[in-house]
Design a protein. Structure first.
Length: 435
């Protein structure tokens, strides 16, 4: 009798302690900090609450370079996450990392879920799509470079607060007036190489590198030391000398200087919108990138920034089914539109853009349609994007060389020539490894 009771108690304990189904956990490593971290956690929670089979666990792994390095190390150690967020300049490295990833197209197909790259804004989908039409990674937080300005500071300087500078000639004139009104930082810039060389090239329809910026082969070489590029960096150097442009450091380190009200104009990512909106105690506007109006092709279109989600290989089939379900959730127009309005990142599907437009959001928040307008223009072979190996390291070289310009130790020509030379050496190294 005692044995029977013990056995019955054991069965009862097992039955009560074991759920009727097992939840598959999906690890998602990302780089979204601050307000964007709340956004990512919210998306995961909304998906997790919508079903019971899968649980997406977002894990912040630092800024883009740190997260990518952590992902690479985890792959080598055999404990990689299921999903890794990689910024756009890491795309070539992920493409040529054989056997490391699985394409989004294949994952969605295996799961029997509808997925069409044609649903996405062409400038976004084409960047992450192979020549055979297969989408390699999932476009998650796509951004582009824009100009933000402090309307209160403009008004104080006697400038029209509803009129942002459109050309670099305008920028010079406006920053001089801002300085005269007492501004110690009329202009600052983030992600220097991305905004002032990569997007600058596309906006003026000039090549950043040969071979269609690397899309047509590994034997591409950098060309951002042209006369136009030198002219622009010379212009910024002169503005720095006259305290019209103030360099605040690499990557996004200059954003707080704008959000705090110290700097009056900020050129950075459209993805900065949520952070600026949260932190700024002043009225601000969002506008298009400045251009040189004597360059016939300008303005053309800006390049994609932000990041995409890469699915790593070697995981159980249940994980891939869960990832497919999660991507299907993220693809919903309503989810995309809400994310766009929350963060400032692009509404990467055409339907989500239509939803946002019909909601009146752009009318209520003037300037928030700027990133879309800059990206939906027709692209050329020189403005589709940049797909070069070792691109994160090339950006570091650009930062190092341009910092010599801002301190007056090098001319624009010397710095850009040296950046191209050093960058081409990295491209050759990448090419030799991936032949």
């Amino acid at each position: 009798m005692k044995r029977l009771l013990t056995k019955t108690a054991l069965i009862t304990a097992i039955t009560l302690g074991t759920p009727a189904y097992a939840t598959t956990e999906i690890q998602w490593w990302h780089s979204m900090g601050g307000a964007l971290n709340d956004w990512v956690n919210g998306l995961a929670q909304e998906f997790n609450d919508s079903q019971k089979e899968y649980k997406v666990v977002p894990v912040f792994k630092g800024a883009y370079p740190e997260a990518m390095a952590a992902g690479i190390a985890a792959v080598r150690a055999g404990n990689a996450p299921d999903i890794l967020q990689v910024y756009e300049v890491g795309t070539a490295s992920m493409i040529y990392a054989k056997g490391v990833t699985k394409s989004v197209t294949q994952i969605m197909k295996d799961a029997g879920l509808k997925f069409s790259p044609s649903d996405y804004i062409p400038a976004v989908s084409s960047y992450y799509t192979a020549p055979n039409g297969e989408m390699l990674s999932f476009p998650f937080n796509s951004s582009t470079a824009v100009l933000y300005y402090n309307k209160d500071a403009f008004q104080k300087a006697g400038l029209d607060p509803e009129k942002a500078p459109k050309t670099w000639k305008d920028v010079r004139s406006v920053t001089e007036k801002l300085k005269q009104s007492g501004s110690t930082c009329p202009l600052t810039v983030s992600w220097m190489g991305w905004t002032q060389l990569e997007n600058f090239s596309a906006w003026h329809d000039v090549p950043f590198a040969t071979k269609n910026n690397g899309f047509d082969g590994l034997d591409a070489e950098l060309t951002f030391n042209s006369a136009l590029h030198v002219r622009h960096i010379d212009n910024l150097a002169d503005m720095a000398k006259n305290n019209l442009f103030v360099y605040k450091g690499r990557e996004s380190s200059s954003q707080p200087a704008f959000a705090s009200g110290e700097c009056a104009i900020f050129i950075g990512s459209s993805g900065s919108y949520s952070g600026i909106k949260r932190d700024a105690k002043f009225t601000f506007g969002e506008s298009t990138l400045p251009y040189y109006d004597d360059v016939a092709a300008a303005p053309q279109n800006t390049m994609i920034g932000g990041a995409s989600l890469w699915v790593l290989a070697g995981k159980p089939e249940a994980n891939y089914k869960g990832i497919a379900q999660f991507f299907d959730f993220l693809s919903k127009p309503e989810v995309q539109a809400k994310s766009h309005m929350t963060t400032g990142y692009l509404p990467v599907t055409l339907k989500s853009y239509e939803i946002t437009e019909k909601s009146g959001y752009y009318t209520q928040n003037p300037g928030t349609d700027v990133p879309v307008e800059q990206m939906v223009r027709k692209t050329t072979e020189r403005t589709r994007g940049i797909r070069l190996g070792n691109m994160p390291q090339i950006r570091t070289i650009v930062d190092e060389e341009l910092e010599q310009v801002w301190t007056g130790k090098k001319t624009a020509q010397q710095a850009l020539d040296n950046a191209v030379k050093r960058g081409n050496e990295l491209l050759e190294r990448f090419r030799s490894v991936n032949k």
